[in-house]
Design a protein around this ligand. Structure first.
Ligand code: GUN
Length: 295
């Protein structure tokens, strides 16, 4: 018998995010004409984690590309939590900024929940405050966290059906795993959450129609862990050095997947650029809400 031949879909977040940002650019022009206001994003970055610095630079670059204004406040890793909270409160009060992003992770000496609790939920672009998490889980989101929102948009763009599918989310972070579960449930998938203590992780994944790999562990999953024609979204991003060259790889080892999966998001160029595009969409949405409420 002839073996079935698949052409795997590459879930190209780079090109989709480009078209999303182009259309946002023209909406920003209209917004500015109507309100004489420029949407603004404030970013708080603590410590010297090199990956966080790269991500923040990319976020700020896209802000300027689409006509937002933005401001970066850098703090050393040993900053006092009271100083950080003071800065968040300043951004809360500053009407130039419609969105505030606290780049995560914060250094381990700082309690993320304590800093986030100072953030005005109306400016919380990541949807991480308690109020916004409650709204999300009540199916009335103010904003959907950027990475899960970007993944849903990517799947929809490539006409990957979610309804009735068995989805496995590997990872349970507040910023990706848990809101991803909510979004998949909202779109009518049957969802299993796996994490570092899951006993039969690989078996769970091998039964899934859709796997979202967001454990933050390099090469955690590979071909043998996926059924044929599964859809795999790789949220991981890890730097590896080989033969004095640096590469980016995900939580999924991509070897041999081309003729096995129905779709895969590449690393880089899959989820990463979608997260940035959604950050800017969320900021724009909060700016629109702010204008509505100030009428
Ligand atoms: N760190 C990595 N991704 C993100 C993100 O989407 N938002 C924030 N605040 N921190 C991050």
């Amino acid at each position: 018998m002839l073996e079935e031949f698949f052409i795997m879909i590459h879930l190209d977040g780079k090109s989709l995010s480009f078209s999303i940002l182009e259309s946002l650019k023209s909406r920003v022009v209209e917004f500015q004409k109507k309100h004489s206001v420029v949407p603004g994003l404030a970013v708080l970055l603590v410590g010297d984690d090199s990956a966080s610095h790269v991500y923040v630079r990319q976020k700020l670059k896209q802000c300027s590309n689409i006509g937002f204004h933005s401001k970066l406040k850098n703090f050393p890793a040993n900053v006092k939590i009271s100083d950080l909270k003071k800065q968040v409160e300043e951004f809360n009060k500053d009407s130039q900024f419609h969105g505030v992003l606290i780049q995560l992770p914060l250094p381990s000496s700082l309690k993320e929940e304590e800093v986030l609790s100072c953030l005005d939920p109306a400016k919380d672009v990541d949807g991480l405050t308690l109020e916004n998490r409650a709204l999300l889980w009540s199916n009335r989101p103010r904003v959907v966290p950027c990475t899960p929102l970007g993944i849903i948009k990517l799947l929809k763009h490539y006409k990957i059906s979610i309804e009735g599918q068995k989805a496995v989310v590997v990872g349970r972070s507040q910023i990706v795993g848990l809101p991803m579960v909510q979004q998949l449930l909202y779109h009518q998938a049957t969802v299993t959450v796996c994490h570092s203590r899951t006993k039969n992780l690989k078996e769970e994944c091998s039964q899934a129609d859709i796997v979202i790999a967001c454990a933050g562990k390099k090469s955690l999953l590979s071909k043998k862990d996926f059924k044929k024609e599964a859809v795999v979204v790789d949220v991981g991003i890890h730097r590896v050095v080989q033969d004095s060259k640096t590469y980016l790889v995900g939580d999924v080892d991509s070897e041999g997947l081309e003729n096995h999966l129905k779709a895969l998001s590449p690393v880089p160029g899959g989820v990463g650029p979608m997260t940035i595009a959604m950050l800017l969409e969320n900021t724009f949405h909060l700016a629109e809400q702010f204008m509505k409420e100030s009428l």
